[in-house]
Write a new protein. Structure first.
Ligand code: DAH
Length: 344
């Protein structure tokens, strides 16, 4: 019996299955209900008391060896060669992950900021919930100005006019905050979201984005305004883009103008983007009205300034030929993923 057990022990120690089937055959052979160990225990019953003492221990050890071997091999096979290799193979590629893309409005905003930063402008921001003073009164809006109307403005609190609280209708309110809290010279651009009570369509939305610009110092003239905006357009849409200024009216600037650029889609020959005129309006601008400077505590005899405000969606429309304003806020990935991917 001892010789038999020694032989089986050697066999078990040397056993190395190639797959789960071989291990199962091993189990049936040694540990199965009709297996070798069962058989040895049957034989054990028939030996004399002297041998029982010696072999009882040997047999139990042998059984433990077979079970331990089986459990160990089973665990290795279960965890599988694949999982084992994965944990160790450092040459395998890492897991892929989806990279997002920049929103077109962020691309446009960053580009505008870059251009004006090179001209020495800083970036400033203000609150989206504004009081009447910063959104209207300080900007020289007359008491009965239609822009103050419920039709245009989302009021949060509407009382007597002076303590009205509303969602800002333009970023010009940030000009006021800037001038109230600092001393000239000011040279800043102010990007942000604005709100108007409009029915949503391809051409209008209840919220959109503007970039405001302000330059106040001694001796700032309309020539500075023209040259700054001309340079901006060359940088944004490329050398040779033409600009033209048309007289206009804003309560907070005098004189006021609107600036058109030669259509970036057709180059000025006429297309449906520029309604066959060859020109597209991109911003409003003007010399800061002395009343506005005084309202903000700035000496209008000493200082002059220019301001401008543009819609970011309009700039993006022209750059990427996006014809429906609603696309900007629908978060449709089929639309969004067409734009520049963030490089990590
Ligand atoms: N606030 C104007 C608007 O929302 C845009 C604008 C026009 C801003 C002329 C200015 C400006 O600073 O000078 O339509």
């Amino acid at each position: 019996m001892q010789a038999q057990i020694d032989q089986y022990t050697a066999e078990i120690n040397a056993f190395s299955p190639a797959n789960a089937d071989e291990l199962e055959t091993f189990r049936i052979k040694f540990l199965g209900t009709k297996g070798i160990i069962k058989d040895l225990f049957e034989q054990f019953k028939t030996v004399g008391p002297e041998e029982k003492r010696t072999f009882g221990k040997v047999l139990n050890q042998f059984k433990q060896l077979a079970e331990a071997k089986y459990n160990e091999l089973k665990e290795t096979l279960d965890s599988g060669p694949k999982a084992k290799d994965l944990a160790l193979d450092l040459t395998l590629p890492g897991e892929d992950f989806a990279v997002g893309s920049r929103h077109p409005l962020s691309l446009v905003r960053n580009e505008i900021i870059d251009i004006f930063k090179r001209l020495g402008f800083v970036v400033a921001e203000g609150p989206e919930i504004e009081d009447d003073w910063h959104n209207f009164s300080a900007l020289n809006f007359p008491e009965e100005h239609p822009a103050r109307d419920m039709q245009d403005t989302f009021f949060i609190k509407k009382n007597s006019g002076k303590d009205d609280i509303a969602l800002r209708t333009h970023t010009s309110s940030v000009q006021v905050r800037m001038m109230e809290h600092g001393k000239p010279p000011f040279r800043a651009i102010m990007p942000g979201r604005v709100y108007r009570n409009e029915a949503i369509s391809a051409r209008a939305h209840c919220f959109f984005h503007q970039v405001e610009g302000l330059y106040v110092d001694e001796n700032v003239s309309f020539a500075d305004l023209k040259q700054t905006l001309y340079h901006f357009v060359q940088e944004l849409y490329g050398e040779g883009t033409k600009v033209r200024f048309r007289p206009s009216y804003f309560p907070f600037t005098e004189p006021s103008a609107e600036m058109d650029v030669s259509c970036t889609i057709c180059g000025g020959s006429g297309c449906n983007m520029c309604k066959y005129s060859g020109w597209v309006e991109i911003l409003g601008c003007g010399m800061v009205d002395p009343n506005v400077l005084e309202n903000c505590g700035i000496d209008s005899k000493k200082y002059t300034g220019f301001a401008f405000g543009m819609g970011m969606e309009r700039i993006a429309n022209l750059k990427y030929v996006i014809r429906d304003l609603r696309l900007f806020s629908e978060n449709d990935v089929r639309f969004l993923k067409q734009f520049q991917t963030e490089i990590l």
